[in-house]
Design a protein around this ligand. Structure first.
Ligand SMILES: C[S@@+](CC[C@H](N)C(=O)[O-])C[C@H]1O[C@@H](n2cnc3c(N)ncnc32)[C@H](O)[C@@H]1O
Length: 356
């Protein structure tokens, strides 16, 4: 006889399941608010009616009213009787202000995974072969940059680089720097402006991201950046880089060990490699304490593990796979002798300062 359904547990599980559907819908509304500049328009408005926000933005008042009421229902903006809405200072930091502070999250809401990518992901469960970042197309490269960018822009130069042994001084006097897995190269444009005496090289097999880096350097008039559309496996083994960075990407690589070895060969004997990777434990049960863990598995299947499995025999580390224990082991195996963990208080990431 089948185990009978416990009605109370069924209701509770149903609420959880529908909460995720609500999350999907609210995510889409956040994307529209970000894309249409609605949060930015709310930022300096105080309490405002739908009609006034429609006039301010030029959008249709009926659509604005539905969006505002939905945002108030989601408790993302404040509501005041009758028919007035406001974005709080905290809402501003998270949803409107991408140029100051490190809290901006609005850029992470991308409007969902395109249907053709979902079809390919479903297929990957049969074949085992996922999609590389190149396969995800130009929009994904832009979205990655917008999600990860605020922290890089606000924290890399003032907080992170000064915490590394001797790196700031080298960058100021003139160093050769590479970002391996640079994506759109926000680390490079940020550092190239701060350290004009140094030269910066970006390596990434994703041609869309490398195009974005080329455009960004041209737009900012920076002449100390070069971009290469190749993976880290193909780094020159010249041993002349002073400083290499790899942010949020080792766990995405099909052959991370080959890249780690290539970085070891390309660094000067007194060089530094700075890795940023996801804050996780080697132990699934310990990771379960993270209330946002399920989101990280979603990122993994839709992007990170998919990329790390995008070739036969891909290592498939995935979003949570390059934890401190694995990072320490793999870098030691590739011939690095020093490994220092840094916690800069970034919710999702830890940093590893690795030296030959
Ligand atoms: C999540 S993105 C991070 C991009 C960038 N570092 C940032 O923080 O915005 C991961 C990047 O790793 C790149 N990647 C994947 N395999 C790689 C490899 N073998 N060598 C270098 N980069 C690789 C992807 O193309 C993608 O641009």
């Amino acid at each position: 006889m089948a185990t009978p359904v416990d009605t109370k547990k069924l209701r509770s599980l149903a609420f959880k399941v529908w909460s995720y559907k609500q999350g999907e819908m609210v995510s889409l509304m956040i994307h529209l608010g970000d894309r249409l500049g609605l949060y930015k328009a709310l930022a300096d408005s105080g309490f405002i009616t739908a009609q006034a926000l429609a006039e301010k933005t030029g959008y249709h008042p009926r659509w604005i009213l539905e969006w505002l009421q939905g945002q108030a229902a989601a408790k993302l903006i404040d509501y005041q009787h009758p028919d007035q809405f406001q974005l709080s200072p905290e809402g501003n930091a998270l949803l409107a202000d991408e140029d100051n502070g490190t809290d901006f999250a609005g850029g992470a809401f991308t409007g969902g995974t395109p249907p053709d990518t979902i079809d390919k992901l479903a297929e990957a469960f049969k074949t085992g072969i996922g999609l590389s970042y190149e396969d995800l197309g130009p929009n994904a490269a832009h979205r990655t940059e917008r999600m990860l960018g605020p922290w890089i822009k606000q924290a890399l130069v003032p907080r992170i680089i000064p915490a590394l042994e001797g790196v700031k001084e080298k960058l100021e006097s003139g160093a050769l720097v590479a970002d391996v897995g640079c994506g759109g190269g926000l680390t490079l444009t940020t550092m190239a402006q701060a350290y004009p005496n140094s030269e910066f090289h970006g390596f990434d097999p994703n041609s869309h991201a490398i195009e974005n880096l080329k455009k960004a350097s041209a737009n900012t008039g920076l002449t100390n950046i070069k971009a290469f559309a190749v993976g880290g496996e193909n780094l020159p083994d010249s041993g002349n880089y002073d400083f290499i960075l790899s942010f949020d990407c080792i766990h995405d690589m099909t052959q991370p060990m080959a890249v780690i070895k290539a970085v070891r060969q390309s660094l000067k004997p007194d060089g530094t490699w700075l890795i940023k990777d996801i804050r996780s434990h080697g132990d699934f049960e310990k990771n379960l304490e993270n209330p946002l863990l399920a989101m990280f598995y979603g990122f993994s299947i839709s992007a990170c593990m998919s990329s790390a499995m995008s070739e036969p025999d891909g290592a498939g580390l995935g979003t949570l796979g390059f934890n401190p224990k694995v990072a320490r082991q793999m870098t030691a195996e590739a011939g690095f002798s020093r490994f220092k963990e840094h916690d800069f208080g970034e919710a999702a990431n830890l940093y590893y300062e690795v030296r030959p």
